[in-house]
Every structure is written in structure tokens, then in C-alpha cells.
Write a protein that binds this ligand. Structure first.
Ligand code: SF4
Ligand code: SF4
Length: 246
């Protein structure tokens, strides 16, 4: 018997025999095609809760699968395999193995938030994409993405100085992602800044990059932020069933 929509079934979940006789009856080819049934152990029943425990994933339970996020998605327009609606579906039913098949593209969300504007249920799909990428990193399925490294560098600066120095953030990001400090686009950007920025602003930026001025009385605020981040990370790791040590 031919299986309709066979292309939707993973090849490893299909068994068939070119030549098979059962009780004297020839059941070769399509007649001996079997689809392996799913069992409960195929699912991660906590997957939705794990994603919901990470920043951005909180409202995933509201999704009613209308597909407006995927229809409006910037990346989906370039790559039809990038499908937020589908991934939200997989997460909600706990199909972790299927989700992991797309682990190399989920992080490619460009945070344009078109999906967030289009979503009729306030799911915040952009946040769900971020939470899913973060979940993959925490579970060790993918290395930290450039986006995560940038967030870390940015946060480090806030904790240390209580303010952001763009040049410092860029330098730390390039070093941590093993990229050369001198790249064509950086040279062009610096040239444009020298041409277009007031001299005083440039001097202030240069001074701040070298001396790292701190926000006044920043130490206590810095400690409070560090404590809060440590608590959040511990709670997230607990929700994901990981040890609480950072
Ligand atoms: S934020 Fe991400 S998922 Fe949403 S539309 Fe933009 S690229 Fe697509
Ligand atoms: S637009 Fe919102 S409700 Fe519709 S599928 Fe996407 S996340 Fe779900």
C-alpha cells in the first residue's frame, strides 16, 4: 500500500523490504512498508517548560499555530526551512529530536521582530527563538553563538563600568569571536566618524575607551546586578535539569 505524504516521514522511521514473503504471500516493496510508531520515551515532556523558563520563552503556551510569524519572517523569506511556527509546535509537543535537526539554523533569527508584530496571541516569537537558541547552548547542543557572545560582552561592560563604551564592546567581541581587529568595514566606519563627528566627541570617546570611567558609586549596583544574574542563571539551569554550578 502506498503511503501518502511519505516525504514527511523521516527515512529512519520507515522499514521496507524489496523482497518479502509472509505465509506464502508476497508482501515485497510498498506492501511491506512499516512506519515505526512513536513511544513516550521519544518525547521530552518538559521541553515547553524548559523553553518557557528562559527569557523570551514565557508566552510560548499561547501559540495557536496560525503561522503569521513564519509568513512575516525576514529569514523565512530567504530560507523556507527557517520556520518559527513549526519549531514552536515541536517544542509544545516535546519533539526534541526533530527540533535538534534544525539546530544549525534556529540561531539565525535576526531579531527584526516582524513576527512579534504579526502574532495575534502575543507569544513574542522572537523571544521564543532567542530562548530556543539559548536552550541549545545551555544543553550543549550548539556552541555559544556570536549573538550570545555579544550579549555577554555587553553585560560584562555594564557590570564593570555602569556604562557602555561602543569601541570597547566591539573590541572585546572581535577578540572573543577570534576575528581580526582591523577589518575593511571597521576602517571605513572609523574614516566616516573622523570625517563626520565633532572633534570633542571623538576625543571624549577615545578618552573613555582608554580610561574606562565608571558611573559614580557603581560598586553596589554592580554587586546587585551580579547577584541577580547568578540567581537567574541558577534558576534557569535548575529548570533545564542541569547542575546549578556556573
Ligand atoms: S525576529 Fe526572527 S523569527 Fe521573528 S521575523 Fe525576525 S527573523 Fe523571523
Ligand atoms: S504568529 Fe503567534 S500564534 Fe501564530 S503561529 Fe506564530 S507564535 Fe503562534
Amino acid at each position: 500500500m502506498a503511503i501518502h505524504e511519505k516525504s514527511l516521514i523521516r527515512p529512519e522511521n520507515i522499514s521496507s523490504h524489496e523482497k518479502k514473503i509472509v505465509d506464502g504471500i508476497d508482501v515485497s516493496g510498498d506492501w511491506s512498508t512499516f512506519i515505526h510508531t512513536r513511544v513516550v520515551t521519544d518525547y521530552n515532556e518538559n521541553l515547553e517548560e524548559e523553553i518557557a523558563a528562559l527569557p523570551g520563552g514565557e508566552y510560548i503556551h499561547r501559540c495557536w499555530q496560525c503561522g503569521s510569524c513564519t509568513n512575516s519572517c525576514t529569514v523565512n523569506a530567504e530560507n523556507p526551512d527557517f520556520n518559527p511556527r513549526y519549531w514552536i509546535y515541536l517544542i509544545r509537543v516535546g519533539m526534541e529530536e526533530e527540533l535538534l535537526r534544525d539546530k544549525d539554523i534556529i540561531w539565525q533569527c535576526v531579531s527584526c521582530n516582524k513576527c512579534t508584530s504579526a502574532c495575534p496571541r502575543d507569544v513574542f516569537p522572537e523571544g521564543v527563538m532567542k530562548a530556543t537558541a539559548h536552550w541549545m547552548e545551555l544543553k550543549g547542543h550548539t556552541p555559544p553563538s556570536h549573538s550570545t557572545i555579544f550579549d555577554d560582552v555587553f553585560t560584562e561592560q555594564v557590570i564593570k563600568h555602569g556604562k557602555i563604551e561602543d569601541g570597547e564592546v566591539l573590541k572585546d567581541f572581535l577578540l572573543k569571536t577570534k576575528q581580526p581587529l582591523m577589518q575593511d568595514w571597521i576602517v571605513q566606519m572609523v574614516k566616516q566618524m573622523i570625517k563626520g563627528f565633532p572633534v570633542m566627541s571623538l576625543m571624549k570617546m577615545g578618552w573613555a575607551t582608554i580610561f574606562h570611567p565608571k558611573t559614580k558609586n557603581w560598586a553596589r549596583a554592580s554587586d546587585a546586578i551580579k547577584e541577580h544574574i547568578a540567581e537567574e542563571h541558577a534558576a534557569q539551569r535548575k529548570a533545564l535539569g542541569l547542575d546549578s554550578a556556573e
